[in-house]
Design a protein around this ligand. Structure first.
Ligand code: ME8
Length: 640
């Protein structure tokens, strides 16, 4: 096993702000970087931004600013977000930096020296969304085959890369390095694609100005993917005299990317590197997509989740934990607030939070706040050793969600141990029972200490807080030296434990999110506020208001505010509507009431119950006052 580990994320486009997809890749890369540091390796963790190309040029033009001004603004947000999320990258590369331009020129010089670049003219379909050309035969319904973006016909002089000459060498590389693309399904996909034959690749543009100028041919700029992929070596000093990092950390051990950009990383990039005479990355891992419902979350589809409210409410580590635990590394997953809150409550507040607060508060109460030394009661010492080994195996095998599963199984054992040994009952035995009490609580505390090390890559702040709560000031970062049973010396004084995961009310959080999303969906430029709130008569006509009669009403279990109603709207079937009025009306008082209903509102689920409309009420500080027609109007009557 090598003593260095070099990991990268994609460099993100700066045409829009980051969302949960970008956060996911970066958090996962951070988890691996932290894990390998903890395992004693010298780590290089690189992320950054992809700032050139047509997409950025157009996004900037649409906002009436220069591309670099747009890039600067978005990059600042990336920096803030990575800091907030505890991302521990060693470098952040921007493709507009001189060190990067230098490396791109050096790549092109080498590719030219290999005889792989030639001039020609390109006619084809270009997708600005993917920044890629597609042959006519690959278009699907006249759109790009990968993501369904619109394409445009282009014809221009271009430099070409002899990609076709690399088919055999690429296939040989795949064959000899079965782990070079993971997971296996993605490996097979890429091999099939390359077996189908490769066309030469256009690697310069004359109709785009925003890019790295082509060396010696200033009418051209370098194709944005040749430019972008080179970031992985330019950040290591490739092409400059000071290339110590390049010699130490290239080739990369792991290029972590989303499956959307697999082909660029598994076909183009290795071919460019072969042409330039450079070593190839060890593994490209294409993870799955976060989806909202059934669709990929993406800026162009406008269905993205930006987790600002989640970070504020639950803390950055809870977001890191959810992303790492919820998605099987490599597969797709859906993001939902229900799943988020459920995991937070079950895994963090209950399992981890409870184990920590029970153990620490009993040490406070029964042992006067003095940490006992590690005990070795029951199965926990053995289970800890097993857990560390399994955790390690799974992290090395790129199965981070399964590594967490192992830690949580251990926490379940710890909670079971506390339940079974009942330290509160032992404490009743007074002084004579003290050695047993110390042994039991010392066993629980040692289990917690080891847990705090294992969760550090996933939740660095929580790990540090837990460690500190145990009276030890240093952050746990040593798998070999630290995660062995028996190291807890005892004697430290602990304070009153603060809750690591304060409870969050799901409904309040959902409300907060809705407000946030409304804010988000507004255009970034500040228009005159009144003008922004004005709607036309046609817009108003879109809202279908109807009179309804409440047939049934009941409280939704576990919810303070929500009622489930069945409302007759004069249709074949009554509608199920969820209303946030339980603290204003008793359910019985609602039955028989005539109400006004928004009848064409898109159905939504609240606490798992579908709501097929909304009941109008006046709102004073959260208290609801129902609106009713002035007379016995039949259900289904239109309100205008
Ligand atoms: O493609 N689910 O940048 P980009 C999971 N600049 N991950 C997602 C995601 C989703 N719904 N959406 C985005 C580019 N991602 C190029 C890369 S690299 C030399 C150049 C993540 O801003 C995922 O890692 O479109 C994906 O590959 C990346 O963001 C795309 O980011």
């Amino acid at each position: 096993m090598s003593d260095t580990f070099s990991i990268t994320t994609p460099i993100y486009y700066v045409n829009d702000l980051p969302h949960i997809g970008h956060i996911y890749t970066t958090v996962m890369a951070d988890i691996f970087a932290r894990y390998h540091r903890m395992a004693g390796r010298r780590v290089r963790f690189l992320t950054g931004t992809d700032e050139h190309g047509q997409k950025i040029e157009r996004a900037a033009a649409a906002q009436g600013i220069e591309p670099i001004a747009l890039a600067d603004r978005v990059v600042e947000r990336y920096h803030e977000l990575w800091k907030e999320l505890g991302i521990s990258h060693d470098d952040f590369i921007r493709t507009t930096e001189p060190r990067h331009h230098r490396a791109v020129h050096e790549m092109i010089r080498r590719m030219q020296a290999s005889g792989d670049l030639y001039q020609g003219s390109y006619t084809g379909w270009y997708c600005a969304g993917c920044e890629a050309f597609y042959p006519e035969t690959q278009l699907v319904d006249g759109k790009c085959p990968d993501q369904g973006h619109p394409v445009e016909r282009l014809s221009e002089p271009s430099w070409f890369f002899r990609l076709s000459a690399y088919q055999d060498r690429l296939l040989e590389w795949y064959r000899e390095n079965p782990d070079c693309i993971r997971p296996r399904s993605r490996y097979n996909e890429v091999v099939r694609f390359v077996e189908g034959g490769l066309n030469d690749l256009s690697v310069s543009r004359t109709s785009v100005r925003w890019g790295v100028p082509w060396p010696g041919d200033p009418d051209h700029v370098v194709y944005v993917w040749l430019d972008a992929l080179t970031n992985y070596v330019s950040a290591l000093g490739f092409g400059s005299e000071d290339d110590g990092l390049f010699r130490e950390f290239w080739p990369a051990d792991l290029h972590l990317v989303g499956k959307d950009i697999l082909r660029f990383h598994c076909v183009y990039w290795p071919a460019f590197l072969m042409s330039a005479g450079l070593p190839l990355p060890r593994t490209v891992f294409g993870h799955g997509w976060w989806k909202t419902g059934e669709s990929k979350m993406s800026k162009s589809l406008g269905n993205v989740v930006r987790p600002d409210a989640h970070i504020r409410r639950f803390g950055p580590d809870a977001v890191r934990y959810f992303l790492a635990r919820e998605m099987t590394f490599g597969a797709d997953a859906s993001f939902s607030n229900e799943a988020f809150v459920e995991r937070y409550n079950a895994d963090l507040a209950n399992h981890l939070g409870n184990a920590a607060s029970r153990t620490l508060s009993m040490i406070g109460r029964f042992l006067g706040g003095t940490m006992p030394a590690a005990g070795s009661e029951g199965v926990l010492p053995e289970r800890a050793a097993e857990t560390v080994a399994v955790y390690r195996e799974r992290m090395e095998a790129l199965e981070p969600n399964r590594a967490l599963e192992a830690v949580w199984a251990f926490l379940a054992d710890l909670n079971g141990f506390i339940q079974e040994r009942q330290p509160w009952a032992i404490a009743k035995g007074g002084e004579t029972a003290r050695p047993e009490l110390e042994a039991v609580l010392g066993t629980a505390a040692e289990s917690l200490r080891i847990t705090s090390i294992l969760i550090e890559p996933f939740m660095p702040r929580i790990a540090a807080a837990l460690h500190e709560a145990m009276g030890s000031p240093s952050t746990p970062r040593d798998l070999d030296g630290g995660a062995r049973w028996g190291l807890l010396a005892g004697g430290a004084t602990i304070g009153k434990p603060k809750p690591l995961f304060p409870r969050v009310d799901l409904e309040e959080f959902v409300k907060e999110l809705e407000m946030e999303q409304q804010k988000d969906s507004k255009t970034p430029e500040k228009k005159d506020e009144r003008q922004e709130r004005t709607i036309t008569i046609d817009e108003l006509a879109k809202v279908e208001l109807k009179v309804g009669v409440v047939l049934e009403a009941e409280r939704i279990p576990k919810s303070k505010k929500l009622l489930r109603l069945r409302v007759d709207l004069g249709e074949e079937e009554p509608r199920q509507i969820v209303a946030g009025m339980a603290d204003s009306y008793e359910p019985e008082a609602m039955v028989g009431r005539r109400v006004v209903v928004v009848a064409n509102l898109k159905p939504a689920k609240l606490m798992g119950v579908e709501s097929q409309g909304m009941i109008l009420a006046a709102d004073i500080g959260g208290r609801a006052f129902l609106l009713s027609p002035d007379g016995e109007v039949p259900p289904g009557t239109t309100v205008r």
